[in-house]
Write a protein that binds this ligand. Structure first.
Ligand code: PXL
Length: 287
């Protein structure tokens, strides 16, 4: 049986498809692991978690974070994957070079990533929407050399593209150039998210595997409450990949999921509210 988004619905007592996030905690509940788990659950998947860092943050910014030691990050991944298993994985905030090294090595050990049966979505989180740094500058080389080569698909926004490839994406030609550069680093597919690239109402994202370009244009949802949108896109992509969808299919699905979540986004605190996958279960009281 499938639902209105074309995803399988679970039968009672039957274990749902599993998907793992390797990411940081957001105390405000809108981005990071919390965003991933919201999307996983509302798409009917069982979420597994390897925490990389605990951020202290609210709707106005990130006040600080504490990293988890790399061995503990690796141990979480090993523990759940060897026992429970996962259909796909995604990375978010990884904070430091030693954590990236541990995640990349453990993905290799567990058979996660490009050219394996378990796809890996690498969302190369570098900073929060407020500009608070979430990845050490010294970690960029490790991101390029150790993790991106393991990615089934890497999903940078324009700021992350600039940091990773040095390319300033200003138009369709430089967006294509950036996609080539990400594949040169070893990713199987690259999604260069357009963000505010082509003004006003369009937000074209460009997906490339070295052969075909796929463009995803969706109406821009004009809301200040888009905290966690990138995380949610990567999380929904991982869910669709765990269900065996192709990468272009998974990205198309994830774009529709995020667009719906942005349409339903709500204010929270004094700053930016989160993208909202809760639309799917309504907002009523439990009685
Ligand atoms: O949205 C990127 C992101 C990912 N992970 C964590 C974050 C943020 C943005 O603030 O806090 C933990």
């Amino acid at each position: 049986m499938t639902d209105h988004l074309g995803l399988p619905t679970a039968a009672p007592g039957v274990a749902p498809t599993r998907v793992m996030t390797i990411a940081g905690s957001d105390s405000g509940g809108g981005a990071g692991i919390q965003a991933d788990l919201r999307t996983f659950a509302l798409l009917g998947l069982h979420g597994l978690v390897a925490v990389t860092a605990v951020t202290v943050q609210n709707s106005v910014g990130v006040q600080g974070f504490q990293e988890i030691d790399p061995e503990t990050v690796a141990a979480q991944m090993r523990s759940v994957v060897t026992d429970i298993g996962t259909g796909a994985a995604k990375t978010g905030m990884l904070a430091s070079a030693p954590i990236i090294d541990a995640v990349a090595a453990t993905c290799a050990e567990l058979g996660i990533g490009r050219d394996t049966a378990t796809p890996l979505v690498v969302d190369p989180v570098c900073a929060s929407m407020h500009g608070d740094q979430l990845l050490a500058d010294s970690a960029l080389d490790t991101l390029r050399s150790a993790l991106i080569p393991r990615a089934t698909v890497v999903t940078p926004n324009l700021d992350e593209v600039r940091l990773i490839t040095g390319i300033d994406v200003v138009d369709a030609a430089t967006q294509r150039q950036a996609a080539h550069a990400l594949l040169d680093l070893g990713a199987q597919w690259a999604l260069v998210k357009g963000g505010h690239l082509r003004s006003n109402d369009e937000s074209p994202d460009l997906l490339f595997d070295g052969t075909d370009f796929h463009e995803f244009s969706h109406a821009r949802i004009d809301t200040p409450h888009d905290h966690g949108a990138g995380d949610t896109l990567a999380a929904a992509t991982a869910c669709a990949l765990a269900h065996g969808r192709s990468v272009p299919d998974a990205i198309g699905f994830a774009k529709r999921w995020v667009t719906r979540g942005l349409q339903a986004a709500y204010p929270l605190g004094a700053g930016h509210g989160p993208v909202n996958p809760l639309w799917r279960v309504g907002g009523g009281s439990p009685d």
